[in-house]
Ligand binder design. Structure first.
Ligand SMILES: Cc1cc2nc3c(=O)[nH]c(=O)nc-3n(C[C@H](O)[C@H](O)[C@H](O)COP(=O)(O)OP(=O)(O)OC[C@H]3O[C@@H](n4cnc5c(N)ncnc54)[C@H](O)[C@@H]3O)c2cc1C
Length: 245
């Protein structure tokens, strides 16, 4: 069994976000980068399926060299090898096109992505990959099992859950409930140092989206305390200030 897991590298969730270049670029100065949390789940699930079958799990990242410590973390979790496509991944269509160009003739049984990158939140790469590779694409999955040439997948829908099946190969995106992320152990960390990390040039392709401006949300206003003896003031504020009634 051959599995591909796509990994994006994102700012640590505690990062204080600022912008540069007249608010057109994210300011990466001093920021700690981590593996996209949904991709940790995708990788763990891929390992849980591939390892008992004696299969391999390849990590693929589109991005510059400073992602390599995070790629090594994926190797320490148990991935067999990794590929980094050396390009600035500035939009989802470009990223998906790079992944598709790499994967198209490699014979992967299935491909997993995260449901979204927690920085740019496009939630687009999985669907784009399905279309570009002409394979089934199933988003936001919470359970996955593979038997022979068939995958059985569960996903949450509004007010319930659905079970679908599809034939291999397919691409699916991982949602929170898929599994608990695997924590690398010392043996994995040592082994990761010598596992193969191949760097390839990007396929030809272009970016389609330019970032015009980023804005932070307005800071939350302070809480207004209203005396329990004064419901008229509460009503007045809800009606005239918050304008919610
Ligand atoms: C100038 C600039 C530089 C950037 N540099 C980087 C960078 O160095 N590293 C980085 O990861 N992102 C980087 N990004 C973010 C990158 O643009 C997004 O990851 C990409 O556009 C996909 O965004 P999305 O929100 O649509 O992904 P989504 O569709 O929300 O992502 C879903 C899943 O797709 C996969 N995926 C997403 N991005 C990648 C990727 N780059 N490689 C492999 N799989 C991926 C992951 O499995 C992810 O969970 C950069 C963005 C800009 C504008």
């Amino acid at each position: 069994m051959k599995v591909l897991v796509c990994m994006s590298v994102v700012p640590d969730t505690t990062t204080k976000i600022t912008f540069t270049n007249n608010d057109t670029s994210f300011n990466a100065q001093g920021v700690q980068f981590i593996m996209n949390p949904y991709d940790e789940l995708a990788l763990t699930k891929a390992l849980d399926i591939a390892e008992p079958a004696g299969g391999t799990v390849t990590i693929l990242h589109v991005g510059p060299a400073d992602a390599e410590p995070v790629i090594r973390k994926a190797l320490s979790m148990g991935a067999t090898d990794a590929v980094r496509i050396n390009a600035v991944p500035s939009d989802s269509q470009f990223v998906a096109a790079q992944i598709a160009a790499y994967a198209k003739d490699k014979g992967f049984d299935f491909i997993l992505t995260g449901r979204e990158s927690i920085d740019y939140n496009g939630g687009a790469v999985c669907g784009l990959l399905g279309a570009m590779l002409n394979i089934p694409s199933i988003s936001v999955i919470t359970q996955l099992s593979v038997s022979g040439q068939t995958a059985t997948i569960k996903r949450d829908i509004d007010g319930g859950r659905e079970t679908v099946s599809c034939s291999l190969p397919f691409v699916a995106s991982a949602q929170k409930e898929l599994c608990e992320p695997r924590i690398p152990n010392m043996r994995g960390i040592m082994a990761a140092r010598t596992k193969p990390l191949q760097v390839t040039d990007p396929a030809s392709g272009t970016t389609h989206v330019n970032y015009v401006r980023f804005e932070l949300p307005q800071p939350k206003q302070g809480v207004k305390m209203i005396s329990a003896d004064n419901p008229e003031e509460l009503l007045h504020l809800l009606r005239n200030e918050a304008k919610v009634i």
